[in-house]
Design a protein around this ligand. Sequence first.
Ligand code: SAH
Length: 347
Amino acid sequence: MKTPLCDLSYCELETLVKQSGEPKYRADQLAKHIAAYDGFEMFTDLPKRCTATLENAYCDRPLTERTRVESSDGAVRYLFETQDGDLVESVFLPHGYGNSVCVSCQVGCAMGCVFCASGYYGLKRNLSAGEILAQALYIARDKKDDGGVRKIVMMGSGSPLANYDNTIKFIRMITSPKSLNIGMRSVSVSTCGIPDKIIKLADDGFTGTLSLSLHAATDEKRKKIMRVANSYTVREIIGAMREFFDKTRRRVVIEYILIDGFNDTDGDISELKKLLKGLCCHVNLIPLNPTDGCDLKPCSKKHAYAFCDKLHGAGISATVRRSMGSDVAGACGQLKNRTVEQQRKKS
Ligand code: SAH
């Protein structure tokens, strides 16, 4: 497998150019082609000797589109193939105020959440920073005429903070004026909660939105649906979220899937109230999207809104999340799993 050219930050491109004895401005030429997700055949402003050397050592497009599914609401789910044949899922979400792209950061996931399709086959490997970036670059190119991409959410398959170095490199690259120049405030990272990495993210200058997949307010309950809950307590994780807020002054988001009869009672409201006391946060209530192989049920829409009202009553800011693209294999990993199953049946 060749190193993706888009794995190189602008600084690394400058070093490459310098080491090759080429003039400095070549770094800008390369950065432009990378940002446009151009293939080497489009690097026509560079001398042949340069592209030949690049082609030997690097790969121009580490992801190719395998299939796409378009939703009636305009969301598009892309399934990409890596150089070594792994499948990676990303989503384009159209918004009047700026389109967003949801990217994956790992092939599979190790966190073991029972409701989530991404972890169904476990973790295969981390994606490199360039492979994460390539998802956004490809979609920005594909959707250029629809307003491009203004917002990035790391809410696809995989756990960004478990692939920390590539995640932070990706964030630095995508927010660079030499790349897509996405505003840092327009980057969201979702995590199932790795306390030391949450604090490191703040120390490394991340000032986007940090979302925590909490889903249950007590360790006892959380352990029943998220294997990672055996490693860290909710108190430790919320402690790290408080520290993140103190360092960045950015309100954090608490993601909370509503599962019928499991975490949607008045008792859960009081546990949430105790746990989140004094934390500057917004609770995003997510109606469970049923996945194959998991028999948990979503609560009714009416109950979700009633739960939301009760959170307001407890002094907690909350909304029920509007789902997009649920007619095209809604939650992360579902399109990939279906494609893998179809492949298995065929062979
Ligand atoms: N891997 C990241 C992002 C996951 S996707 C993380 O662990 O936080 C974004 C949110 O959707 C997470 O809170 C995740 O727990 C949730 N989610 C996963 N599967 C879901 C499903 N089937 N229905 C509803 N929400 C789901």
